[in-house]
Design a protein around this ligand. Structure first.
Ligand SMILES: Nc1ncnc2c1ncn2[C@@H]1O[C@H](COP(=O)(O)OP(=O)(O)OP(=O)(O)O)[C@@H](O)[C@H]1O
Ligand SMILES: [Mg+2]
Length: 410
């Protein structure tokens, strides 16, 4: 028995137990390594790897399992029921809140984040703000707290699956426009509610959008503060193979501090793009390459990839994903007007307004302070009067051709 080694530190005993439990090595091998590590004054985990008893990867997995079981051991008031999953920052457990006899999800922050004072301060601040939200499309935040040195966030348990899971199951087959819009409109409603209260999600992506068994959409992790430097967080996340920064906004990549609701609009646009085309907006061999493209590369319009899509959907996605945030929607309410218009088969009025505003600003009118979200119309800024006259003439001609076509159709 490993426990019979009186001098083995408790961490080593836990490692030894897991190695044997998982049939990675016999008890005898483990005991030999324990003795060897004591003799050579080496760590037990290092000795196991050095002796070829376990591989480096197996040891990493064992360490992760140990940290998780320590995180979740005891949270007063809650009975842990099992592990739901883990992301870059935390492990999520299903639990019963004893006082109210209800199922909840508890997100327990990693040791590293739990020890980061600045982060923990924001974690409580944002958690409190999220507690004030109440919306059918948001997984309700219930509680924040600390137990055994780990900070945790308690939220509504969503009995269902994530949009990411659904996309995986379809193996890259695009969602129909109407299906995608049904999901995205519900997320936009959740965001509108949060944005009105001044709360920004900062990590809208398919893994944070859950679908209940009844088919309702719930945005999760709203009110969960992000580590201060999103750029570093994205890189760290990618490095740990949890994902790549496919949905992050250019301003977050640049590490800007005054991130606002338009970052969420960009990420929601990237999610919509992925749903309807079956591809992420920007692909790259490395996370840095993907981020470079978010910053610099022109977006291939989604309706060019999937020709079944309406032109309106293309305009909306391009407006959502404009690289300059002043060219995106001026509010989440405006975005919802457009999403609902295209879902009803109409053209998106807000995106059109923005295009018109852009054309006017291109003509040299004084509309610089007005947000002009469409980045799709790239008119050369005219410097001479003749260019202005030529543009007005062209616009006039276009209107007259249109009127003639309408008259002919009548
Ligand atoms: N409120 C919830 N109800 C039910 N399951 C949840 C809930 N929140 C999270 N989960 C599950 O836990 C898993 C891990 O969530 P977590 O937020 O830690 O990771 P992630 O969203 O995949 O990545 P990231 O750390 O970047 O947010 C999710 O994939 C999901 O399956
Ligand atoms: Mg999450």
């Amino acid at each position: 028995m490993t426990d019979s080694k009186p001098n083995a530190p408790s961490g080593d005993t836990d490692v030894a137990r897991l190695v044997v439990e998982q049939n990675l090595a016999s008890q005898e091998d483990v005991d030999q390594c324990l003795a060897l590590s004591a003799k050579n004054n080496q760590t037990f985990a290092g000795t196991l790897v050095q002796q070829g008893v376990v591989t480096e990867r197996q040891m990493q997995r064992i360490r992760a399992r140990l940290e998780e079981s320590r995180q979740g051991t005891q949270i007063p008031g809650y009975q842990l029921l099992g592990r739901l999953g883990a992301g870059a920052m935390a492990t999520v457990f299903k639990a019963r809140q004893i006082s109210l006899d209800r199922e909840v999800a508890i997100k327990v922050l990693s040791r590293k984040l739990s020890e980061n004072k600045d982060y923990v301060e924001r974690f409580y601040k944002e958690g409190r703000a999220a507690g004030k939200l109440n919306h059918g499309n948001i997984a309700q935040a219930f509680d924040v707290g600390e137990a055994s040195g780990y900070h945790y966030f308690v939220m509504e348990f969503v009995d269902g699956y994530s949009l990411f899971d659904e996309m995986e199951q379809r193996r890259g087959k695009p969602f129909s426009e109407s299906h995608a819009l049904r999901v995205i409109i519900q997320v936009a409603k959740a965001l509108e509610h949060a944005h009105i209260q001044g709360l920004i999600h900062r990590d809208v992506k398919p893994k944070n959008i859950m679908i209940t068994r009844q088919g309702d959409v719930k945005l999760v992790d709203l009110g969960l503060a992000r580590p201060a430097n999103d750029d570093a967080a994205a890189k760290a996340e990618a490095g740990r193979a949890f994902g790549t920064p496919y949905y992050i906004s250019p301003e977050q990549i640049r590490g800007e501090v005054d991130i606002d609701f338009r970052a969420d609009i960009y990420s929601l646009g990237a999610t919509l793009y992925h749903l309807v085309t079956g591809r992420v907006p920007f692909e790259g061999a490395t996370p840095v390459a993907v981020m470079q493209k978010h910053l610099k590369e022109t977006l291939v319009p989604p309706d060019h990839i999937n020709t079944k899509l309406s032109a309106g959907l293309g305009e909306v996605v391009e407006t959502m994903m404009a690289k300059e945030r002043r060219r995106r929607y001026g509010s989440t309410a405006d975005l919802l007007i457009d999403l609902e218009a295209i879902a009803a088969g109409n053209s998106p009025p807000q995106a059109h307004k923005h295009i018109t505003a852009d054309v006017l600003s291109g003509l040299g009118t004084e509309s610089k302070s007005t947000p002009s979200p469409a980045d799709t119309v790239e008119l050369p800024a005219p410097t001479d009067h003749w260019k202005l006259y030529a543009l007005i003439l062209a616009a006039g001609l276009a209107v007259s051709v249109l009127v003639n076509i309408i008259l002919l159709l009548k």
